[in-house]
Write a protein that binds this ligand. Structure first.
Ligand SMILES: [Mg+2]
Length: 299
């Protein structure tokens, strides 16, 4: 969907921006459903009734903060420069540590602020073998949208962006799956088969293949039961469901985010992933005006 005017050495920056805006909207919307903001029973009833969260400001979280850092890097350098990216991730963390970062990032990112190149030894040392959490997947959709003209480049750049913080092969695989999905979405070709075909072997890929077997007529909460909803904070428990709802609602960002919210679990992150993928095609223009007024702007 990119135009020649927006395609440059930096890739399709218009598609990247669409994806980033929708990622941030999904993150801010999804965060509203955490027990911190409303009891689970109430959250469940409100999501089922499609009742817009009443809070006047929906803040985005670490998903968006790190996606902004990656976007800045790619806008400036046109491709992933890993030491510089490590610094930008660390600067994002340092600017506001209360955005809901996971334990691993609280340990890693302050160290990268003073020695960004140390990601090479520090990231693989997290959790004995590197993090297999969602950090690399939740921030990467705009990268996939940007480089959609070349799926090989999408996968390669996604890997480079991941390993700076998430060195475990399944943390990386989650990023590749989401980036490829966003690229396909930007091309108007999103299909779970094609995502699985480009995802490295292992539990994330197996999860995407399982998602392929779940008919779109299935209620989203049932699909989340089958595929995982991110509550285990692992890429293979998070990415398959988020991509299933994205594929189920690939022309409808609002519908995609409601369906993803029905899974609860790590709901800011699942909604950030789904939003970034669907938004690569749709952008946020068709999202409800109330949502756009309430979500924290990207700045
Ligand atoms: Mg978050």
């Amino acid at each position: 969907m990119g135009t020649m005017n927006s395609t440059s050495v930096q890739g399709d920056t218009a598609a990247a921006r669409r994806s980033l805006e929708a990622l941030a909207l999904g993150d801010a919307f999804g965060e509203r459903w955490f027990p911190l903001f409303r009891p689970p029973r109430q959250a469940y009833a409100e999501v089922r009734a499609r009742r817009t969260p009443h809070e006047p400001v929906w803040h985005w979280t670490d998903d968006t903060a790190l996606a902004l850092a990656l976007q800045r890097l790619l806008d400036e350098y046109g491709q992933v420069e890993q030491d510089r990216l490590a610094l930008y991730y660390a600067l994002a963390f340092d600017a506001d540590q209360a955005r809901g970062y996971g334990h691993g990032m609280h340990m890693l990112l302050p160290q990268l602020l003073t020695a960004p190149g140390d990601w090479r030894t520090l990231a693989p040392g997290l959790f004995e073998g590197g993090s297999l959490g969602n950090g690399a997947a939740m921030r990467v959709a705009p990268l996939g949208a940007r480089f959609h003209a070349d799926l090989g480049q999408v996968a390669e750049q996604a890997v480079l962006s991941a390993v700076v913080t998430h060195a475990h092969p399944q943390g990386v695989a989650g990023a590749v799956a989401v980036a490829v999905a966003a690229a396909l979405s930007a091309r108007g070709e999103l299909a779970l088969e094609a995502v699985a075909a480009r995802t490295p072997e292992g539990p994330v890929r197996e999860g995407v293949l399982r998602a392929l077997e779940v008919p779109f007529a299935t209620e989203p909460w049932k699909a989340a039961d089958l595929l995982g909803n991110g509550s285990r904070i692992r890429a293979d428990d998070t990415v398959p469901f988020a991509l299933w709802t994205a594929a189920r609602h690939q022309d409808d960002l609002e519908g995609a985010l409601w369906a993803t919210a029905e899974g609860f679990g790590d709901v800011d992150t699942t909604c950030a992933i789904t939003g970034g993928v669907v938004g690569a095609a749709t952008g946020i223009d068709a999202a409800p005006a109330e949502w756009l007024a309430r979500r924290e702007p990207l700045g």
